[in-house]
Write a protein that binds this ligand. Sequence first.
Ligand code: UDX
Length: 460
Amino acid sequence: MNIAMIGAGYVGLTTGACLASLGHRVSIFDIDVRRTAQLRQGQVPIYEPGLAEMIEAGVANGGLRFHDDLAKAVENTAAVFIAVGTPSRPDGSIDLSHVEAAARAVAPLLRGGAVIVVKSTVAAGTCKRIRELIAEERQALDIHVASNPEFLREGSAISDFLEPERVVFGFDDPASGEVLDRIYRPLASRTTIVRTSCVNAELTKHVANAFLAMKIEFVNQVADLCEKIGADVTSVSRGIGLDSRIGSSFLTAGPGFGGSCFPKDTRAYARLARAHGVGQSLVETVISGNQARRVALADRILAEAALVPGDTVAVLGLAFKANTDDTRESAALAIVPRLAERGVRVRLHDPKAPMADELRHERVTWSASPYAAADGAQAVVMLTEWDEYRDLKIGHLKRVMSGNHLFDFRNLYAAEDVTGAGLVHHSIGRPAQRPRELGAVPAHARIQPRAAAGRRLRTA
Ligand code: UDX
């Protein structure tokens, strides 16, 4: 089938390349002509495992093309996917202006009977709104609108697309359902297809992400308690997760959720519900709890490593999770500025993510390796679960550091490996463990800032 994709961002590129790999002819349009030019030259602007190879194969066999001319991209297409950005507005609601502009732009160009498929994450009710825009643009409603939310995780987006647990089709007319059936026929035998109305499909996406975010915030709150009472959150998570009613995924405690979806989608969901006068106190608590967590973790570093202005901390990991170069709403974006504002020098490292503009500060510098970042540092803080950070030589790290605190906020290390190398192991959801030679910390002496030139850091 001839398919057009509006938007060559993360979702549009991945979905477009995967649809081409299923045998469809896919034309990807982007308003950014530099981006389409780059893609035509074989340069893929985002890092996603397997994506560059898939795009190369699609271009080579003629199944995938990049356009900066919208009319050419949508010519003779039976379906046009809209996969443009839906950023958060300051009040948490979704800015749908790019989706609406894309719908208005394609509406006059489509042949009768074509289907506009909304792939971008939108507020429930958006398909209805798009139908109104189309009626204005064409003075008729002879094209259809459907919803097909994406559930792709960065880092495993291609297998998430090709081996999905479910695919959701939202449509309010039979013709749209038939077009979606034809598009996804190659996957139909390997997955469950949920056929429902547009509004249900739109809401399903937000509710799925709100629920997953709630699991994470829940386990993070459990982790806080575990640290206080000498329990281990990893063991508790495993113990509850084996109950299939709970499920073991998304119960890994850490520095809070980030990325382009969970923070934005939870805010949008809560805002939509509030606009309809239906409080969503659970999700609102998740949003505020996740934000507060980052502040609390920064303060924990300052206090437990007893940092004073002028001290150096190595922060390993800018990406919001491993296997992506995406830094949107990552833990580092909240924790690093708080450390720098307290006079601490921060050395950053990430194997894939670039320096984020939000972190540019006179006390924040970039390091070429984890060991270079740790050189002379009082503390090392691990924020992303990159494999590279799981394999560090802790003894070497200790030798280059001037302090002895490892904040392992992704629980990458066994405490004995860290304490055995002479570092204090501060992890998530387990009490801190100190090397034997340092002895136990008497309760009254815990979290006392190191006395240096009489300067103490305020952490609140
Ligand atoms: C998410 C959804 O999983 C996907 O279905 C949706 O369509 C887009 O949003 P993504 O943002 O790529 O995907 O990342 P995901 O793997 O879901 O992780 C989101 C955040 O939660 C990351 O910061 C991750 O580190 C954190 N997380 C995840 C945890 O802290 N604990 C967990 O157990 C799982």
